[in-house]
Write a protein that binds this ligand. Structure first.
Ligand SMILES: [Zn+2]
Length: 256
């Protein structure tokens, strides 16, 4: 039988970060959901199978975008704001000094932020993602696909009405530990990559509860990698098994 393979090469920035405690703002009272519950993950420890809850960290691109805005401001570069309106209904100005309304620079004077993150006119050139967060209890374990092994704590809270009946149930989650996230930079030019690297250093916090001291983020390592991904169809008598292979080559490594 025929053996088929597809190969894809892309470049990414790998960021290894740490948070002592972050509150991912996933309660029903807050609008931005940062931690999303996924299908449980199965892992093995000493030949035994265990199932744990897994979560997706959302909002990483927004985090990076804010860091990039901060980076541009510190360098005196005028870039896109997150709003495309200049004032609200009451006539209050929405765009601070050093920024222009989202997408207004395009296409004539496209700013560096727009070149990376896009707007309603053009899609973003980057993709930002992290492996699922899993609350794995054992030191040694095997998983079929990579995870961010972090501490996840959940607190159940109920808001009571005057009569003592529950009017709203919400769970607050906290994550703590090391996590890795990636930025696909295949479509970026050298100047844009440099700007993103510098922007990473402006990342301060993740998630909600910042005013109460949560969400501090410390970057540990930053690397630029080239990834060669191969998908292969292996005949198995009844059809094919699909085999994924990933080869990672580090291009540049530095410290954040
Ligand atoms: Zn712009």
């Amino acid at each position: 039988m025929l053996e088929l393979a597809v190969e894809k090469v892309y470049r990414r920035i790998r960021v290894e970060a740490y948070t002592p405690i972050a509150k991912p703002a996933n309660s029903t009272v807050q609008k931005s959901k940062v931690l999303l519950k996924l299908a449980p993950i199965t892992y093995r420890n000493n030949g035994k199978e265990h199932r744990v809850e897994a979560y997706l960290i959302k909002g990483l691109k927004g985090l990076l975008r804010h860091a990039a805005m901060e980076c541009a401001r510190s360098k005196g570069l005028e870039v896109c704001h997150t709003s495309d309106k200049t004032e609200d209904k009451q006539g209050n100005k929405l765009i601070p000094k050093g920024f222009h309304p989202l997408g207004s620079c395009y296409p004539l004077n496209e700013c560096i932020l727009h070149r990376i993150f896009g707007s309603m006119h053009v899609p973003s050139k980057i993709r930002v993602w992290a492996n699922p967060v899993a609350n794995i209890k054992h030191e040694e374990y095997e998983v079929s696909s990579p995870v961010n092994k972090m501490q996840v704590a959940t607190e159940n809270r109920i808001a009571l009405s005057y009569g003592g009946t529950a009017i709203q149930d919400f769970r607050e989650s906290y994550i703590s530990g090391d996590f890795t996230f990636f930025i696909d930079i295949t479509k970026l030019g050298e100047e844009e990559v440099q700007f993103l690297l510098e922007s990473l250093l402006h990342i301060e916090t993740l998630g909600g509860g910042v005013s109460s001291g949560y969400g501090h983020v410390i970057l540990r390592k930053i690397a630029i990698e080239e990834v060669k991904e191969t998908r292969r169809l292996i005949p198995n008598g009844n059809g094919y098994d699909v085999k994924y292979e990933e080869r990672v080559k580090t291009l540049v490594q530095g410290r954040g």
